[in-house]
Design a protein around this ligand. Structure first.
Ligand SMILES: NC(=O)c1ccc[n+]([C@@H]2O[C@H](COP(=O)([O-])OP(=O)(O)OC[C@H]3O[C@@H](n4cnc5c(N)ncnc54)[C@H](OP(=O)(O)O)[C@@H]3O)[C@@H](O)[C@H]2O)c1
Length: 265
């Protein structure tokens, strides 16, 4: 029997890479994002390349009702979700005061409200069936000291990492694995969407960048192994470890200057 993975933010970057990895491993897919044409192109590719059935469901996860509507559509269409991959996300780097409050609300809805609501809606079925996977795409930023400029992004990801760890513990023994994936800089549309591509490319060297395919493969292996959290790459693991060795105020001063380096604040 084929399993089905629902991936949010599957139209680009890490989400599209995860869809390709899951299809390659023999899963069917439910692809969720706003841009229908990209999702439909990807669905066709997954069918041709891997024989996967891929269903496209467009949704704007900045709408707090979107997760409930998605769950209703799944039920109406008789679709079962064996793996939930909460991946959709974006950041705003121009500073807290320069960012429209609606954009702040959208960040929280897309990266926190939606993952939590979808988890609450879909995990009970997984527990009942004795099999499930939840992969929450967080960020290395969630493990690092705060940064000014993209002020809400790190805390949102910290929340997701800690909530994933709690869920991981709570679901032990149920057959449902829960993992937070914490990538460092990854080559996707992310920095084009937030307008920092040029600054981020010159501020951070090539060795700090990973491909979406690599990140997706690390995430897939980690949730299959039921690791509570994974950081792809030894360099990113080192970056996550350094601040823990420093007094908090010093770590904040040295490492939290990210937005300053990008000349954003
Ligand atoms: N790239 C990095 O350096 C990096 C590092 C660490 C963590 N991450 C995390 O990785 C995840 C994926 O990011 P990425 O790098 O792959 O970025 P990306 O290439 O910009 O892709 C973001 C995805 O999220 C979807 N999305 C954004 N807003 C949405 C909304 N309102 N409703 C539904 N879907 C929405 C986009 O789809 P539509 O536009 O079609 O809706 C797109 O598929 C994010 O959670 C991000 O925080 C990225």
């Amino acid at each position: 029997m084929k399993r089905t993975a629902l991936i949010t933010g599957a139209s680009a970057g890490i989400g599209a890479a995860l869809a390709r990895v899951y299809a390659e491993k023999g899963w069917d897919l439910i692809l969720v994002a706003r841009r229908a044409t990209l999702l439909e192109d990807l669905a066709r590719e997954l069918t041709v390349d891997h024989g996967a059935t891929a269903v496209v469901l467009t949704a704007d996860l900045a709408d707090p009702d979107a997760p409930h509507r998605l769950a209703m559509t799944l039920e109406q269409r008789g679709l079962t979700v064996d793996a939930l991959i909460n991946n959709a996300g974006f950041s705003r780097t121009s500073g807290f005061l320069a960012t429209d409050p609606d954009e702040h609300a959208a960040m929280i809805d897309v990266m926190l409200t939606a993952p939590i609501a979808l988890s609450r809606l879909l995990i009970p079925g997984m527990v009942e069936r004795g099999f499930g996977r939840v992969l929450n795409v967080a960020s290395l930023a969630g493990l690092m000291p705060a940064t000014g400029g993209d002020t809400l992004y790190g805390p949102i990801k910290s929340f997701l990492i800690k909530a994933s760890a709690g869920l991981h513990l709570e679901l032990a023994g149920t057959g449902v694995n829960v993992t937070a994936l914490c990538p460092g800089y990854t080559l996707t549309e992310f920095h084009d969407v937030n307008g920092s591509r040029e600054e981020v490319s010159s501020a951070y060297p090539a060795w700090m960048w990973q491909t979406a395919d690599h990140v997706a493969r690390v995430g897939y292996a980690a949730v299959e192994a039921n690791r509570p959290r994974v950081v792809p790459g030894w360099r990113n693991n080192l970056l996550a470890a350094i601040p823990k060795l420093l007094p908090d105020n010093l770590a904040l001063k040295i490492i939290g200057g990210h937005a300053k380096r990008l000349k954003r604040i």
